[in-house]
Ligand binder design. Structure first.
Ligand code: ARG
Length: 471
C-alpha cells in the first residue's frame, strides 16, 4: 500500500519500523477531535478562497461520513497509515477520491496533532472538574451529617487534639477546591489554537487562523508558529495537576484504609465498595481505596515520563513527542476511574460516632486545654506546659485519664485549678473552644460548610458553562 508521504522513497518501510513508529493503536482516541479540527480547517480554506467551495463541501461531507464510520466501528485502522491523522485522511481519499488530498493544504501533522491534543484535553479538564464537584458534594454531605461527631485529631499519627469529623471532611473539600481551581486556570492555556503553524514556520497560503480558532471555540491562537508545534507545557501542567489530585485522593485513601481497620473502626465502607478474600472468609478489604492509592504511582510516572521526554528536545517537532499521548490518555482514564468511584464511596461510608467518642474519651487530647486553662489563670504558658506534662505522666503511671483526676489530685499539680476544670476538659468544650475562623468549633465548621457550598455552586455554574464551550 502506498504511503501518503511515499514520493521520495524508493523502498518499502521495514515492517518492524512501521509497527514501531505507528501510534494508531492509541491515538485513535483522538478521532473525534481530528475530524472536528479538519472540518474547521477546510471550512477556512474555502472562506479564504484557497479551495473552491464545491471541493470544501465534498471534503466536509466526506469527513462526516468517515466520522460516521468511526462511530459505528466500521473504519478499520491500519498501522501502515501510522497514526489517526493519516488513517482518517486515507479513508477520506478512499471515499471521495483525489479531492480528499486537498484537505492537508496549508497544514502539517505537527500543528494538526497539537490541535487535537488541545481539543481533547479541554473537554477532559471540564469533565474532571465536574467529577471533583461531585466528590466535594459527597464530602460536604458527610460533613453536615457529622457536625457533632468528635474524633481524635492527629499529628505524627499520635492523638493530638479532638476535632469534629466534619472539620476533617472539610479539609478535603478545601484540598479538592484547589484542584478545581488549578484545572479551571489551566483551561486558558489549553484553549489556544496551534493550527496554522504548519510544520514549524507558518504557511505560504493566505489562511485565517483566527477564523479557525473562532469555529473551534479557542480563545486565542499561538503567537509563535515554532512554539505552537513544540509546546507540550499544557500537557505537563495537566499531568502535574492530575498528580496533585491523585495525591489528595491517596492521602484520603490511606485514612479510609486505616479508619476501617479493626484497630480504628472509625468508619465502615459500604459492601459495594469492598471485596473479599479468596481464603479468609471474614475479610472485607478496602480494595478501591488501596487501588486508588496505588494508581497514584502511575500518574506521577506519566508526569515524569513526559518531563523527561521533553527536557532536551530541540525546537520544533521531534518524533519523541509522539510519546506525549499514552501518558496523557492513561492519566485521564485513571483520574476518571478514581473520581467516579470516590464520590459514592464517600457518601456510602458509615461513620461510627460511638467508637470515635470512645476514642476521644480515652486519650490525652485535652491536655493543651488544661495548659491553656492555667494560662488564663495567669501562669506563663511554658510553666503550664511543664505542670500538665507532669500530670499526664502521673495519669499514665496510674492508669487514669485527666478527667479521672480528683480535685485533690489536680491541686497537687497546681493550686490554680478550680471545679470548672471538669467542664473545660469535656471534648465538646475542647472542640468549641477553638472558635477561630477556620477552627474546629461547631459554629465555625457550620460557617465553613455554608461558605464551601457557595463556592461549589459557583464551580457548578462554571462547569455547565464550560461543558457547552468545550464541546
Ligand atoms: N503521530 C504523530 C504524533 O503523535 C503525529 C505527528 C507526526 N509528525 C511528523 N512530522 N512525523 O506525534
Amino acid at each position: 500500500m502506498s504511503k501518503l508521504w511515499g514520493g521520495r522513497f524508493t523502498k518499502q518501510t521495514d515492517k518492524l519500523v512501521e509497527e514501531y513508529t505507528a501510534s494508531i493503536s492509541f491515538d485513535k482516541e483522538l478521532a473525534e477531535e481530528d475530524i472536528e479540527g479538519s472540518i474547521a480547517h477546510v471550512t477556512m480554506l474555502g472562506k479564504c478562497g484557497i479551495l473552491p467551495l464545491e471541493d470544501v463541501d465534498k471534503i466536509r461531507d466526506g469527513l462526516l461520513a468517515v466520522q460516521g464510520m468511526i462511530r459505528r466501528g466500521e473504519l478499520e485502522y491500519n498501522v501502515q497509515n501510522e497514526d489517526i491523522h493519516m488513517n482518517i485522511e486515507k479513508a477520506l481519499i478512499d471515499l471521495i477520491g483525489p479531492v480528499g488530498g486537498k484537505l492537508h493544504t496549508g497544514r502539517s501533522r505537527n500543528d494538526q496533532v497539537a490541535t487535537d491534543m488541545h481539543l481533547y484535553l479541554r473537554k477532559r479538564v471540564v469533565e474532571l472538574v465536574g467529577l471533583l464537584i461531585k466528590l466535594q458534594e459527597a464530602l460536604l454531605e458527610q460533613a453536615k451529617q457529622n457536625l457533632d461527631t468528635i474524633v481524635p485529631g492527629y499529628t505524627h499519627l499520635q492523638r493530638a487534639q479532638p476535632i469534629l469529623f466534619a472539620h476533617h471532611m472539610m479539609a478535603y473539600v478545601s484540598m479538592f477546591q484547589r484542584d478545581v481551581e488549578r484545572l479551571q486556570d489551566s483551561y486558558k492555556r489549553i484553549n489556544v489554537l496551534p493550527l496554522g503553524a504548519g510544520a514549524l514556520a507558518g504557511t505560504t497560503f493566505p489562511i485565517d487562523r483566527h477564523f479557525v480558532a473562532e469555529q473551534l471555540g479557542f480563545d486565542r491562537v499561538y503567537e509563535n508558529s515554532l512554539d505552537a508545534v513544540s509546546d507540550r507545557d499544557f500537557i505537563v501542567e495537566f499531568l502535574s495537576h492530575a498528580s496533585l489530585i491523585m495525591m489528595h485522593l491517596s492521602r484520603m485513601c490511606e485514612e479510609m484504609v486505616m479508619w476501617s481497620s479493626t484497630e480504628f473502626a472509625f468508619i465502615e465502607l459500604d459492601d459495594a465498595f469492598c471485596t473479599g478474600s479468596s481464603i479468609m472468609p471474614q475479610k472485607k478489604n478496602p480494595d478501591v481505596a488501596e487501588l486508588v492509592r496505588g494508581k497514584t504511582g502511575r500518574v506521577y510516572g506519566n508526569l515524569f515520563g513526559l518531563m523527561t521526554v521533553l527536557k532536551a528536545l530541540p525546537l520544533a517537532y521531534n518524533k519523541d513527542m509522539q510519546e506525549d499521548k499514552e501518558g496523557m490518555l492513561d492519566t485521564v482514564n485513571t483520574l476518571q476511574g478514581a473520581l467516579q468511584l470516590f464520590a459514592p464511596m464517600v457518601s456510602t461510608m458509615k461513620v461510627n460516632k460511638e467508637r470515635m467518642r470512645q476514642a476521644v474519651n480515652q486519650d490525652f487530647s485535652n491536655a493543651t486545654d488544661i495548659a491553656d486553662y492555667l494560662v488564663n489563670k495567669g501562669l506563663p504558658f511554658r510553666q503550664a506546659h511543664e505542670v500538665i506534662g507532669k500530670a499526664v505522666l502521673y495519669c499514665i503511671q496510674n492508669h487514669k485519664y485527666l478527667l479521672d483526676l480528683s480535685m485533690d489530685e489536680f491541686t497537687e499539680f497546681s493550686t490554680l485549678f478550680g471545679d470548672d476544670i471538669y467542664e473545660v476538659l469535656q471534648p465538646e468544650h475542647v472542640v468549641n473552644a477553638r472558635n477561630v475562623y477556620g477552627g474546629t468549633a461547631s459554629n465555625q465548621v457550620a460557617d465553613a460548610v455554608s461558605r464551601a457550598e457557595a463556592i461549589v455552586r459557583e464551580s457548578s455554574d462554571w462547569f455547565s458553562l464550560y461543558l457547552e464551550k468545550s464541546k
